[in-house]
Every structure is written in structure tokens, then in C-alpha cells.
Design a protein around this ligand. Structure first.
Ligand SMILES: Cc1cc2nc3c(=O)[nH]c(=O)nc-3n(C[C@H](O)[C@H](O)[C@H](O)COP(=O)(O)OP(=O)(O)OC[C@H]3O[C@@H](n4cnc5c(N)ncnc54)[C@H](O)[C@@H]3O)c2cc1C
Length: 364
């Protein structure tokens, strides 16, 4: 069967591309190797600038997902015994991936996308049109979006001079905690950080937090080990009980974003993985998926060749999405500065909330 568009991976990037392209009248096949609903490693902080897009992508049955989400109006950073506070304005939303990915999947189905779960794409041939081989047969398509995430069998391993880089992993679970003033709390320690924020799931009246950590593999590999790295977090987590089985992922790799490869439009983490603590990964995934579908419109209408579409996508990606990567890596570099440089800087930031607000805004 020949499609206008095949999309590999049904996270926020893949579903955003699928829904946007199907609404433009394209025949779309969306392939996902896992099953929904499922928990994914994520802080579940959905930044405000993509909430409008998310609202637009979801079908009417899932409107409550945004309406009933916990709002996050402030961020707190716990580092070196200090607490930096910043407002998150407009407020972000906290949405469990367990519900978000399923809602987007179901919205793709109602937009007319042919969506198949538990189908793994094994290989890709051609550079437009494409033939793809999957665990469920072969398919052909005019255009291909790779939205298979930061680490899949289709994205090459980053090995420098034959030596893999230091290994980082992500781990996450939901816990019980009595409701309090909502904020996203980031606990930094040598070799990682852990984010904690309240999250609501349908049918519950509150009392749930998500704890998600990014940590160097030689520092910790489980959440209790992570909690033990930070005194305030150790204390806070003492009364928690597990509400979901912990999930983990590795390796986490930062590299220069690559929005196109061999005529394939790359979206979401497959294009580039942004520092998770800035909470922009889901937003970038939704936006890049929608952008890919938008740029593909003229190809489906027979008005542009794939090479032209790819050029426009690369250009638009670099203009609108690349600045977020730059700002977040500046912020990360600042937080991992050597102690003697970082400590005076934190001292200043602690006393100048306006400057902290400014830095947070720069990653938006
Ligand atoms: C510790 C941590 C904390 C984070 N916290 C936040 C946060 O608070 N806020 C935020 O916005 N972002 C956060 N992120 C980032 C966010 O999770 C990602 O940026 C987001 O999930 C990217 O979406 P995606 O659609 O690109 O990829 P994914 O959600 O990873 O989806 C990719 C999909 O592709 C499928 N797939 C892979 N290979 C194949 C194949 N060969 N065939 C078929 N299907 C395939 C996978 O099963 C998967 O479902 C965090 C990440 C980490 C690691």
C-alpha cells in the first residue's frame, strides 16, 4: 500500500505530525512499536506555549485533559543549600504521559490516521519515495517523518573515536504526597537532578506527585538512590508511597539537532533532545511534528518536490525551534559550573528573582 506519509513513532511528535497531516487530507500511516497507555520517563511539565497547539490537536472527547490539568505557576531550584524561585508565567500544565500519549493516539485515530500499535520499523530504503520494512510487512510512502524518540534502532549510536560518551539515564515514578501549593521543584546534585511536581489523573482528587530524574549511571540508577543524593529531597520523599512502577530509559544523549536526514523529516527527540530540566521536550515535539506536516502540504498538493519541502522544514526548524536548545544548554552550563564560580552566581540569583525569572523565560 502506498501512503502520502508514514510516521515512525507515536509520541507527541509523531501524533502531532499525523493529526496535522491527516486534517490536510493526506493518507497517513502511524506506526508505534509499543502500546498505549503506558508510563514514559518524563517530568510531565507541559510548557504554556504549546498548550494552544495541544488543545487544537486533541479531539473533543479529550478536552478535559488540559482543562483539568494541575497548573504550575512557579519553579523552585534547590542547589548548594540555596533555593531559587521563579514564576512560570503563563502557567505550565502538568499532564501524565500515561494519559497524554493515549489521548493523542486516540485523537489521531479520530482524525482519520491509520494507526497501528506494536509494529516496529526495522529499516528504511530510498530517499523519497521510501520503502520501509516493519515487523508487520512492507509499506511505501512519498514522505517519511522519523519521530521515533531520542534512542531507537533507527537513530545511530553516538560514538566518538570508538568510545561511547558518559552514560546518563532517566528514571521516573508517581508517588503519594498531600496536595500543597503547586510548583515544579528541581533538586540538583553532583551528577544529576530530580524534578518533582504534582500531577492529576482522571478520577482522582489529588495527592499525587511525579518524580523524574536525569542522572549519571555511575551516580545512581534507582529513585531511592537519587533521593539519597539531595538532603531536602531525601527528607521530602520519606513519607511517599509508590503509585506506579518506576520506568527508566538510557542512554540520554545531547547532540546538535538534526531536523533532516537523507530526505526524512526528523521530529521531536529524534531531531534533537533538549535538556529535560527546562521542560520543553513535549512542546518541541508537538511543534516540530505540526511544522513537518505544514511543510509537507505543498508536496501532497503536487506543488513542491520533496527536496524543497525538506529545505523549508530545515529552515523553519532552525528559525523557530533551535533557539530553545541554545538557551537551555546555556542554563545547564551555568548550573554545572565549578562550585567556586557557581556559588556566587547562585547567591546573586537568590537575591534577584527578576533575573531568575528572566533566565527561565529565555528557555521558553
Ligand atoms: C528525565 C526526563 C525528564 C523529562 N521531563 C520533561 C518535562 O517535564 N517536560 C517536557 O516537555 N519534556 C520532558 N522530557 C522530554 C520528553 O519526554 C521528550 O522530549 C518527549 O517525550 C519527546 O517526544 P517524542 O514524540 O519525540 O518521543 P517519544 O515520546 O519518545 O516517542 C517516540 C515513540 O517512538 C516509538 N518508536 C521508537 N522506535 C520505533 C520504531 N523503530 N518503530 C516504531 N515505533 C518506534 C517509541 O515506542 C515511542 O513511543 C523529559 C525527558 C527525560 C528523559
Amino acid at each position: 500500500m502506498n501512503y502520502d506519509l508514514i510516521i515512525i513513532g507515536a509520541g507527541p511528535a509523531g501524533t502531532s505530525a499525523a493529526i496535522s497531516a491527516a486534517r490536510r487530507g493526506a493518507s497517513v500511516l502511524l506506526l508505534e512499536r509499543g502500546r498505549f497507555p503506558r508510563h514514559k520517563v518524563c517530568g510531565e511539565f507541559v510548557s504554556a506555549e504549546s498548550l494552544g497547539l495541544l488543545r487544537d490537536l486533541l479531539d473533543l472527547q479529550h478536552a478535559a485533559l488540559i482543562r483539568d490539568a494541575v497548573r504550575i505557576p512557579r519553579a523552585r531550584v534547590f542547589l548548594d543549600g540555596r533555593t531559587l524561585q521563579a514564576s512560570v508565567d503563563p502557567s505550565a500544565a502538568s499532564i501524565a504521559r500515561f494519559e497524554l500519549d493515549l489521548a493523542l493516539w486516540q485523537s489521531a485515530l479520530s482524525a482519520g490516521v491509520e494507526a497501528r500499535q506494536q509494529v516496529t520499523v526495522q529499516s528504511i530504503a530510498g530517499c523519497g519515495p521510501f520503502r520501509i520494512t516493519t515487523s508487520d510487512g512492507e509499506f511505501e510512502t512519498q514522505a517519511l517523518v522519523n519521530a521515533s524518540g531520542r534512542w531507537s534502532n533507527l537513530n545511530r549510536p553516538p560514538v566518538e573515536n570508538g568510545v561511547p560518551r558518559e552514560k546518563w539515564l532517566g528514571v521516573k515514578a508517581h508517588f503519594t504526597e498531600p496536595p500543597s501549593e503547586p510548583s515544579v521543584d528541581l533538586y540538583f546534585f553532583e551528577g544529576g537532578y530530580c524534578g518533582v511536581q504534582p500531577v492529576a489523573v482522571a478520577g482522582e482528587s489529588g495527592g499525587r506527585v511525579n518524580a523524574s530524574a536525569m542522572v549519571r549511571a555511575d551516580v545512581a540508577s534507582t529513585l531511592p538512590e537519587v533521593f539519597a543524593r539531595h538532603p531536602a529531597l531525601r527528607e521530602r520523599s520519606r513519607k511517599w508511597s509508590l503509585l506506579s512502577d518506576p520506568v527508566s530509559t538510557s542512554p540520554l544523549i545531547f547532540r546538535r539537532p538534526q531536523p533532516e536526514r537523507d530526505g526524512i523529516l526528523m521530529a521531536g527527540d529524534a531531531a534533537g533532545f533538549v535538556d529535560p530540566f527546562v521542560g520543553d521536550g513535549i512542546s518541541l515535539a508537538l511543534r516540530s511534528g505540526a511544522l513537518a506536516a505544514h511543510c509537507l502540504g505543498p508536496l501532497f498538493a503536487g506543488e513542491a518536490a520533496l527536496s524543497e519541502v525538506v529545505r523549508r522544514y530545515r529552515q523553519a526548524y532552525e528559525q523557530s525551534l533551535l533557539p530553545v536548545f541554545r538557551a537551555s544548554s546555556t542554563l545547564r552550563r551555568m548550573l554545572v559550573l565549578p562550585g567556586p564560580v557557581r556559588k556566587p552566581l547562585l547567591f546573586i540569583l537568590e537575591r534577584t528573582p527578576a533575573m531568575t525569572d528572566y533566565l527561565v523565560r529565555k528557555t521558553r
